[in-house]
Ligand binder design. Structure first.
Ligand SMILES: NC(=O)c1ccc[n+]([C@@H]2O[C@H](COP(=O)([O-])OP(=O)(O)OC[C@H]3O[C@@H](n4cnc5c(N)ncnc54)[C@H](O)[C@@H]3O)[C@@H](O)[C@H]2O)c1
Ligand SMILES: O=C(O)C[C@H](O)C(=O)O
Length: 320
């Protein structure tokens, strides 16, 4: 069987980390694309030289030519600009929308059958725009955020409880902004609802609320610490788990920015919801019961995404 081909559009901090992870996991051959000349080629050479040490045969190439992504099975998009301290993700909308237009056309012309995972911020608006520009079916274009946000929630809970992260199943829904919705009612410690476990361990409700708040602001915390750029190890790891679910037809249920039409009272937008990922791409959006408070929090979050879509339409006539 031919090896799979994974195209990474954007070869910066996340792109390079994605390439390393995909190679180590022998997910297929890897093409690093970027508009910066020499940089993807240099990273590809450096990463290729990990092969003899780590024992992988994946072929890694770097390019500035979209023709080289032809026939890719999976495309992961990180092209664009990350925020700096003091900025919100939404401040990136204008600049990254133009990038999504170029990337969407590159995908449409070269690998229209690929499964496309968008990472570029502001995530929910960029994945929507990328889908519009590429013209691919909605089930083949998805955004990565919920896996990352849920991992952050799980990490903070495991630290608080002094338990293994393996036993924490945390769930974050909604848009990838400070209004995201960490859903306590679906968050468990090996099956024990988080609020029950907090009582057992003597952790106060207000302490759990602080952890929810830290999760919501988790990206900004790292932006502030790094000073120049944003998180890349956990974002890359999150997207790789989504690519593996697709390539392995795993039918995993992952929180992803998927296209939602009808469910959750939504009408045609991308936002974080539990999604089955398998060989068919995003095969199903799962609608879960939410409390009144969770519903109203989700509404605040999806309203914020709707506003960004309107802003995109105002910036690019073709999106109207
Ligand atoms: N969804 C998430 O959860 C999440 C998490 C972390 C970062 N992000 C976002 O991912 C994006 C990338 O982050 P990063 O840390 O890798 O940034 P980075 O600056 O290290 O890399 C971005 C790369 O994109 C390239 N690029 C710019 N315009 C391009 C174009 N038109 N075509 C191809 N390549 C182009 C740049 O040359 C650069 O190498 C940012 O928008 C960031 O906010 C999202
Ligand atoms: O916070 C950012 O700007 C990057 C990313 O969205 C994250 O959550 O780490």
């Amino acid at each position: 069987m031919a090896r799979k081909k994974i195209a990474l559009i954007g070869s910066g901090m996340i792109g390079g980390t994605l390439a390393h992870l995909a190679a180590k996991k022998e997910m297929g051959d890897i093409v690093l694309f970027d508009i910066a000349e020499g940089m993807p080629q240099g990273k590809a050479l450096d990463l290729s030289q990990c092969g003899p040490i780590e024992g992988f045969d994946a072929k890694i190439t770097g390019t500035n030519d979209y023709a080289d992504i032809a026939g890719a099975d999976v495309v992961i998009v990180t092209a664009g600009v990350p925020r700096k301290p003091g900025m919100s993700r939404d401040d990136l909308l204008g600049i990254n929308l133009k990038v999504m237009k170029a990337v969407g056309e590159g995908i449409k012309n070269n690998c229209p059958d690929a499964f496309v995972i968008c990472i570029t911020n502001p995530l929910d608006a960029m994945v929507w725009a990328l889908r519009e520009f590429s013209g691919l079916p909605h089930n083949k274009v998805v955004g990565m955020a919920g896996v990352l946000d849920s991992a952050r929630f799980a990490t903070f809970l495991a630290w608080e409880f002094g338990c293994s992260v393996k036993d924490v199943n945390a769930f974050v829904l909604g848009g990838h902004g400070d209004t995201m919705v960490p859903v306590k009612s679906y968050t468990t410690i090996n099956g024990i609802p988080v609020d029950d476990y907090a009582k057992i361990k003597g952790v106060s409700e207000s302490r759990i609320d602080e952890i929810v708040d830290r999760t919501r602001k988790g990206g900004g915390e790292i932006v502030g610490l790094l000073g120049n750029g944003s998180a890349y190890y956990a974002p890359a790891t999150s997207a790789i788990s989504m690519a593996e679910a697709y390539l392995g037809d795993q039918k995993r249920i992952l929180p992803c920015a998927s296209y939602v039409e009808g469910k959750y009272g939504l009408d045609g937008l991308y936002v974080g919801v539990p999604t089955v990922i398998g060989a068919g791409g995003t095969e199903e959006v799962i609608e879960i019961e939410l409390s009144d408070e969770e519903k109203s929090n989700l509404k605040v979050s999806t309203d914020a995404v709707e506003e960004l879509l309107e802003a995109c339409k105002g910036l690019d006539e073709s999106l109207k």
